[in-house]
Ligand binder design. Structure first.
Ligand code: SF4
Ligand code: F3S
Length: 106
């Protein structure tokens, strides 16, 4: 499956959801996840993300492996999102911040 990683936290641009052919994205308060049971690994969402936050499971960067489990877990709790909407207010100041897992709201 593909995995939403650290870059999305507090940015949530949502460009990714418009292109997903199987509506695999789920929305939380300040982050999106991909349901690994829905994702067909088409990869079209990867270039859509302005934060480059989406990776195939094999390519998840070192240190961000926890996001694989987080996507699997939270995708079962959060509602579907299929239409793009404005990014989070103040996303600009989070855009280049790393290690945002501590800010992820569930
Ligand atoms: Fe959807 Fe394809 Fe991205 Fe999976 S890889 S979440 S199927 S757009
Ligand atoms: Fe997040 Fe990027 Fe989608 S910031 S909402 S993964 S476009």
């Amino acid at each position: 499956a593909h995995v939403v990683c650290d870059g999305c936290v507090n940015c949530k641009h949502t460009d990714c959801v418009d292109v997903c052919p199987v509506d695999a994205f789920r929305e939380g308060p300040n982050f999106l996840v991909i349901d690994p049971d829905e994702c067909i690994d088409c990869a079209v969402c990867i270039p859509e993300c302005p934060e480059a936050a989406i990776f195939s499971e094999e390519d998840v960067p070192a240190g961000q492996e926890q996001y694989i489990q987080i996507n699997a877990e939270l995708s079962k709790q959060w509602p579907s999102i299929t239409r793009r909407k404005p990014p989070m207010e103040g996303w600009e100041k989070w855009s280049n911040v790393q290690d945002k897992l501590k800010y992820l709201k569930r």
